[in-house]
Design a protein around this ligand. Structure first.
Ligand code: 7TS
Length: 415
């Protein structure tokens, strides 16, 4: 349940929030940990760890098989978590919230179930250059199975989706457009509501990959006007192994099951089987009950925090990074999106990204290096990879100072 607004942390205080995350209270390689890999996964507050632990200590049982009290308790907690997610993203109904393992599984579910049953030879799926491989490869598989074609949407030099180019690509052959809400490699925030209007004007559907957006802005699937929205719990301070596919009810209703097994059926016989209603049609097998409960606890945790202030704080850390970078000779930021979350991607002349990452790790600073599962984007910028600092609400100006002290030290070492 969401807590009353009166308890909100009216004054946003990153240093105070940091104390809610036990993992951040440690030293790594002899220095206090500076965790700047939040786009890969966020850390978990005590409240989430407790919720998962309490569930296993007191309520663990299988769900929807309600013959006993523990099973009833587990089912209530599991289904309340679904309601909580529905409220969090402003879904009209909670049966439109399908539990999956994460964004990757959600996109594969849509590409397989919707894609293979809708696409025909000559149809087009538009996918932007900003996409994570999880929002490219499933469409390539669906295209290979149906004779449809995946067509890339160009981006601008700064790393925004080129809306003029998108308009030029949209015609009646386009059946689906798949774009992220926020780019994991550059931080670009895409105008998804505007894209939804453009896509719907030619009768196509829009899937929005919200993996990188969900922890940094209020997501309202109705206001956005998308047809599918996906995200992973672990990038929202929740556990790994749980995520959400949200879809329009009429679309989900018409889609065949993705996996067969227990829970997803209505009747089974050797002459044929019939399917359960939403959301269960897409939830074969025992689900990640503790994961759903942990994700719900993360959403409750965020209810106490001013998310707009958190996002502004993260962007201030990005601005601080950009100004400190001006004093580092040979440092080049990759991308400069018009609107961005707190992600700073860069390369440093003469130092391979993975070597820099290793030197930073030796100083207790965790960043991600490499192609970030966005090889087409790296090819566009003609770099093999970048070093990426991705900021979260518990990072501080001191963390950014530590990062740049680390970069200067690495430069001295590489002479
Ligand atoms: N989409 C985007 C935009 C992502 O950033 C990621 C993961 C995924 C999909 C896949 O999410 P999963 O939870 O199903 O794995 N991105 C990253 C990253 O940037 N570094 O590590 C994982």
């Amino acid at each position: 349940m969401n807590r009353p607004a009166a308890l909100s942390r009216v004054i946003f205080d990153a240093a105070a929030l940091r104390r809610d995350f036990p993992i951040l209270q440690q030293s790594v390689n002899g220095s206090p940990l500076v965790y700047l890999d939040n786009a890969a996964t966020t850390q978990k507050p005590e409240a989430v760890i407790e919720a998962i632990s309490n569930y296993y200590r007191h309520d663990n049982a299988n769900v929807h098989r309600g013959a006993h009290t523990l099973s009833d308790r587990a089912t209530v907690a599991f289904e309340s978590a679904r309601e909580n997610v529905a409220h969090f993203i402003n879904s009209p109904r909670s049966n439109q919230v399908i539990w999956v393992r994460g964004a990757t599984e959600a996109i594969n579910l849509v590409a397989h179930s919707w894609g293979r049953n809708t696409l025909n030879p000559g149809d087009k799926i538009l996918v932007s250059y900003l996409e994570h491989h999880a929002n490219i490869v499933p469409w390539q598989l669906a295209a290979a199975a149906t004779g449809a074609e995946v067509v890339p949407i160009p981006i601008t030099e700064g790393g925004d989706i080129n809306l003029d180019a998108l308009a030029g690509l949209l015609d009646e052959k386009v059946k689906l457009v798949a774009v992220n809400h926020v780019s994991n490699a550059l931080g670009s925030i895409n105008p998804v509501a505007e894209i939804a209007r453009m896509v719907h004007a030619v009768g196509a559907k829009l899937l929005v990959d919200g993996a990188q957006a969900i922890a940094h802005m209020t997501v309202d699937v109705q206001a956005m006007g998308c047809d599918f929205y996906v995200f992973s719990g672990h990038k929202l301070f929740g556990p790994t192994g749980i995520g959400v596919l949200w879809g329009r009810e009429a679309l989900l209703d018409n889609m065949p099951p993705y996996m067969g097994g227990g829970e997803m059926i209505d009747t089974v016989s050797f002459t044929g089987s019939t399917w359960n209603t939403l959301p269960f049609k897409f939830e074969a097998g025992t689900p990640n009950i503790a994961g759903a409960i942990g994700l719900s606890a993360a959403i409750d945790y965020l209810a106490d925090i001013d998310l707009a202030a958190a996002a502004a704080h993260e962007v201030a850390l990005l601005q601080q990074s950009i100004s400190l970078a001006a004093d580092v000779e040979g440092l080049r930021r990759i991308g400069a999106p018009a609107h961005s979350v707190g992600i700073f991607s860069f390369v440093l002349d003469g130092v391979h990204p993975s070597d820099l990452g290793m030197l930073l790790d030796q100083q207790g600073i965790a960043v991600r290096t490499g192609h970030h599962c966005t090889q087409p984007l790296m090819a566009h910028y003609q770099v093999p990879g970048t070093v990426r600092a991705s900021y979260s609400l518990y990072n501080t100006a001191d963390d950014v100072e530590r990062l740049f002290a680390g970069i200067h030290k690495a430069k001295r070492l590489f002479g």
